[in-house]
Design a protein around this ligand. Sequence first.
Ligand code: SF4
Ligand code: SF4
Length: 346
Amino acid sequence: MERTLALKITERAVALNFERCGIIAVDRMKGYGEKVAARIRRFPESEGMYGRFMAFADPRQQFPWARSVVVCSWRYGVYRVPEGLDGRIGKAYLFDERRNPQSDGYRARTTLERYMTDELGLRVASSHDYGITSCRWAAMAAGIGTIRRNNFFYGDHGSWYSLVVFLTDEEMEYIHVPTQKPCSDGCNLCVKNCPTSALAEPYATCGTACVSFLTNKARNEALFEKHSAQIGEWVYGCDVCQDVCPFNRGQLSGDEKFSGLTELADALSLEKIVAMDYDYLRDVVAPKFWYIEPEDVWRWKRNALFALRNRRDDHYEAALRTAREDSDERVRALAEKLTKGPQLHS
Ligand code: SF4
Ligand code: SF4
């Protein structure tokens, strides 16, 4: 077991401003497969979503040379949430560094990867978008934090972290002793406050009912409309089960600006989204909030219309008038339906 190498990697990660870095043998990911299978048994309607995560339990299927998983936590709770976006866009997406080369997190990740390959001579695989193995499972196994009842990863500063994983061809481990206290026995706040009851019980989230999925990935309009009254004012993501958590109290310092966000924030009021030019949606909004693909950007308007309806103020009728003149027929049709359809005004 090459501990010196593991120590070098974890120390370099911390020097690059990752809060923690741990390393586990790749075989420790196997337990994740049982977790996914249990989730599918509990929520069979989500099999299509969770089934593809099975491969995460055995990264060696795709990377036969992989021997260890390096996992690092990046604290995004230091960034300021621009006015008007809190409660509308999930913070993990606001501060998503994965496709943002100007962000500190992106630079830290690419620098650490280059260090492992160029200076330490390791073979390394990483995925900058959706991941190559379960980041949360790896982080928990490496002891750099814990998973709470809302299923989110928590480090020393609540749950406001992104996680980065790398596979390497070196057999090594660096496992921390976790320092987080468990959830208190009586606490049920995350489950109780989940707007769609997607978090049906502790540690059990039905992915296809989660507002994050509904607003940024779901292509099933009937499913979206079924939950539309519960989605509230969220247009992309949802933080409710994290916002209500006592372990997140005071953990958003907001000390730093996130690269490129302030300029964009002004454009993202609900009314402005409904009236937004499609070139702007495709060229400016979609590259940052990339879970909604450029060909699906009309869904920003769908989400904003429902959010305005749920807000129940004077701007809704004006937004419906704007949407009825939209260049995309799906937005026009939705506006007509919302204008006429009492069944949607729940
Ligand atoms: S992110 Fe929102 S919808 Fe999803 S489980 Fe948490 S509270 Fe529920
Ligand atoms: S809200 Fe309560 S039960 Fe849920 S994760 Fe936080 S401490 Fe745990």
